[in-house]
Design a protein around this ligand. Sequence first.
Ligand SMILES: *Cc1c(COP(=O)(O)O)cnc(C)c1O
Length: 491
Amino acid sequence: MRNERATQLLFELSHPGRGGAVLPACDVPERPLAELLGAQHLAAGPPPLPELAEPEVVRHYANLSTLNMSVDTHFYPLGSCTMKYNSKRNERVAGMPGIVDLHPYQPESTLQGLLALLYELQCYLAEIAGLPAVSLQPAAGAHGELTALMVAAAYFRDQGRPRTKVLAPDSAHGTNPASAAMAGFDFVTVRSTPAGFVDLADLEAKLDDQVAVFMITNPSTLGLFEHGMREIARRVHDCGGLIYLDGANMNAILGIARPGDFGADMMHYNPHKTFSGPHGGGGPGAGPIAVAARLAPYLPTPVVERVEAAGGLPPRYRLAYDRPKSIGRVRSFFGNTGVLVRAYAYIRTHGPEGLRRVAENAVLNANYLLSQVKDFLPVPQGDRCTHEFVASAAKLKAERGISAMDIAKRLLDFGFHAPTVYFPLTVKEAVMIEPTETESRETLDAFAAALRTIVAESPELLHKAPHTTPVSRPDEVRAARQPVLRWTAIK
Ligand SMILES: *Cc1c(COP(=O)(O)O)cnc(C)c1O
């Protein structure tokens, strides 16, 4: 059902003379504005602002807000993004006065509670990664990638043998090549096999003494655990390179497998994905990184350190800047602290056993959904997955002209956020679905039923979907380059 009122502009709802406040009559002599400000500073007339009563304004914005999809209102199976429900407990913790009322310029001695929390978070992230040293500073996953690649560059420079190349598979997230380029490396793509794994022969052919880092997303964006992982790590290490683990998919392996144990030397987390920080709409996120001991000296400063006290006194926490080999600061103050506090609350709430169950249930949900849709929406990479899977509308497109985009758009009419489409690039007409562990069986069944209905609908209906949203199918390139923000112009 179209929400017409929510899509009218305040200007269209305006009635001259209406307002939100009634001021008492002026009880001092009035003087012309021109006399006070100078006539040259005055506009020709008052600005044409909309005139409305307060409830009209409140309803306008409240109705507008209902046009948004969010994890709190809709199932949001956006592959690669891990849009799990964010429990409100974490919000409450992050909003506690002892946290929100702090100022980053306060003396360290008055920040002991927050520093203790951040220190513990560093320890938990190190433990989950199987890598001993952590920086909480990066502001997003992509920023974590960049920071870790800068750490790698500093490491190789310091060894007196700088290296020029970064490798990643063709199924990698676009941030991987972007981070490599920003860190000053040449980026080289490694092919995947048809089954979706790293092509070892192609990797071997591209490995040489100029390869600094092989970036790998494991489990991959195809929802597959790289079974050649040990062999990949051995080959990269044999030629002196480092393994970077893009940790966006940690939700699949929390408490089950540790990147440091399967060969990674560095990794980032996306707390806004894995540890239930809210995301979508542009952040803020965080991108803490964990690295092997030999890379620790190059981490950004400050790092939170714990100083044991003598005589039975409690330990103290300090921000350590005294690291001569550090790449320096990559973010003001201590990083996006609010997101980090939510991650801390999430990790503490679940504990080691709970985190493992999170991953097990995420994988169970994804496999259940896969089993419900694969018969009418083929999944080229197989019958099993980790936390997400990539279906393909290629056959539907060839036979009936129905594209991945048609399916994604039509899902909005059924009250579901669209999955990720056309990523990874290695799957034609990709529909990438990640249900996460927080969805019930009923929701997964309803989603599968909607998909089943959609693929049987007429192509004409689907090409024009969605039919229930205020805007249906803008020209996406034009919408991004020349946004028309005036509703009347769109109508
Ligand atoms: C989300 C994601 C990133 C980037 O993380 P941001 O926090 O969005 O910067 C990198 N790689 C993969 C596989 C991702 O899914």
